[in-house]
Design a protein. Structure first.
Lengths: 111, 111
DNA sequence: TGAATATTTAACCATCTGGTTAAGTATGTA
DNA sequence: TACATACTTAACCAGATGGTTAAATATTCA
């Protein structure tokens, strides 16, 4: 699951789509408009996001409405936070401190 | 930068490498051992992580030692958290609440 | 010097990715 | 019915990705 979530987030077009969606549900054509690419291209991106469960799709007649789904993002956030905190705590606390006080001298940090 | 970070994190082998690294600096051979793949394959993964600046490499003679670098992860965490909070706040606050109290009934949540 | 160790580079391969255009499927509207 | 609209599917393409094996490059050790 994390594979798909991170892979989905790795593409800037898809991140922008999510950003637009964060302002409310949108149909495919609306979401495609600000992106300089064809509709099928956007359609593919939407399917990637859908497979990653970052959005849910509902059909109202011929219009498809997308809705954000926060759950996988929560999982991703947890993974990132866990490791970030862990190794900032264990390895980089000194480096980070030095980083704040002296832009140079953190190179000899841990080991 | 986010592109590379998320792309790097999308591969399970690379996530496992980071997990091992979180327990301390490691050389290439050590990092390769638990993965059922060739050394060049691991070497490639390390280069991907290095390009994403998720790790720094230092050469001690013929041994390359890897060290975690938390900065890009912090950026990624910020991106994820920003959007997660935003749309949980706007759309999924109710769903999230229901999630805590009743494992089932959040399906009809927003909209 | 010569052999072993640590690692990368090169060449190759199959599959995935992100885009295209053209055609197809539903649905709404005149 | 016929046309327009919303969207997907199909076929294709170039380039990236994730793996392989074989060979090259340092470095250490005897």
């Amino acid at each position: 699951m994390l594979n798909r979530t991170f892979a989905a987030l790795a593409d800037p077009t898809r991140r922008r789509i999510l950003e637009h969606l964060a302002r409310g549900d949108r149909c495919v054509t609306d979401l495609a408009r600000p992106h300089a690419m064809s509709l099928p291209a956007v359609s593919k991106h939407l399917r990637v996001l859908e497979k990653a469960r970052l959005l849910r799709r509902r059909r109202y007649g011929r219009v498809h409405e997308m809705q954000l789904e926060a759950k996988p993002l929560k999982q991703a956030a947890q993974w990132v936070e866990e490791y970030r905190k862990f190794w900032e705590g264990s390895l980089d606390r000194l480096a980070e401190y030095l980083d704040k006080t002296n832009k140079q001298s953190q190179k000899k940090g841990a080991k």
